[in-house]
Design a protein around this ligand. Structure first.
Ligand code: CAA
Length: 258
């Protein structure tokens, strides 16, 4: 797809695939790459053919962080006015599930991008970390917040203050990733999983994802009110009638996302 300079985009069946594509610099994330990622993911989110989105990296890394060459000479006021991270924030509004497949490094902004995914598969060689501290800066695209929500204050503090890299086993242990997969099978297993959930009722997928994300921010009480409204909302769908009728008629449901 010629529209993009820094990513490689394809659709396989009902899966929209976005691969970071600057392998020579380990997929270092520059600003135009972020724009491309966000724009195609939002497009997939609106495309009825696409049910699930997969995010991965070409070459030996997922992404070794924000592009240091682009940032090295930046000034504070320039960054404030550029307000670049609002673009990343839009990923949090995506309604379709995003599955990340990580091989090699997911560092700094690369780790933050991985943490924007709903489910993460990683190869044995995956390494996650926030090396910003060794550059005299800190994460700026959600790293301190998302890692802390995932693993708790003390552990997140340790990884963020040392900048140490966590291997795939550690990442699994701390609940950062869902599964470790052999490197040769990473793409295949990720797509297999994506296809499995792509078969579910689309509106259920959508409202379940939305409700789970609320659990991260809301109190249990508020979250449960939110969940309940979404539960009621699904009874306005044809797929709810179809799903329950199919059960009663002992056949497979045919979901249409309506
Ligand atoms: N930005 C720009 N270029 C990068 C890069 C980055 N984040 N990471 C790697 N590269 C480039 C290297 O400069 C190198 O380019 P050349 O071949 O032209 O020299 C190429 O990618 C390959 O990298 P290495 O030769 O360094 O490969 P390695 O296997 O020896 O080391 C590595 C791999 C440990 C990941 C090392 O590249 C590294 O430490 N990268 C920087 C990681 C980092 O600090 N990331 C955080 C960035 S800050 C951030 O992300 C802020 C934020 O929150 C938004």
């Amino acid at each position: 797809n010629n529209r993009f300079s820094f990513i490689d985009v394809s659709v396989e069946g009902s899966i929209g695939i976005v691969a970071l594509n600057r392998p020579k610099v380990l997929n270092a994330i520059n600003r135009p790459m972020v724009s491309e990622i966000v724009s195609i993911i939002e497009e997939f989110d609106r495309n009825d053919e696409v049910k699930v989105i997969v995010l991965c990296g070409h070459g030996r890394a997922f992404a070794a962080g924000a592009d240091i060459d682009e940032m090295a000479e930046a000034g504070a006021i320039e960054l404030e006015l550029l307000n670049q991270f609002t673009e990343w924030d839009r990923l949090a509004w995506v309604k379709k599930p995003i599955i990340g497949a990580v091989q090699g490094f997911a560092l700094g902004g690369g780790f933050e991008l991985a943490l924007c995914c709903d489910i993460l598969f990683a190869a044995h060689d995956a390494e996650f970390g926030f090396p910003e501290i060794s550059l005299g800066v800190m994460p700026g695209a959600g790293g301190t917040q998302r890692l802390t929500k995932l693993m708790g204050k003390s552990k997140a503090m340790e990884w963020l203050l040392t900048g140490d890299r966590m291997n795939a086993k550690e990442a699994l242990h701390y609940g950062v990733i869902n599964r470790i997969v052999a490197k040769e099978l990473l793409q295949e297993e990720t797509l297999k999983f994506a296809n499995k959930i792509a078969k579910q009722a689309p509106l259920s997928l959508r409202l379940i994802k939305e409700s789970v994300l609320k659990a991260v921010d809301y109190s249990v009480y508020e979250g449960m009110q939110y969940e309940r409204k979404n539960f009621y909302l699904l009874f306005a769908s044809k797929d709810q009638k179809e799903g329950m009728r199919a059960f009663q008629e002992k056949r497979r449901p045919n979901f249409e996302g309506e």
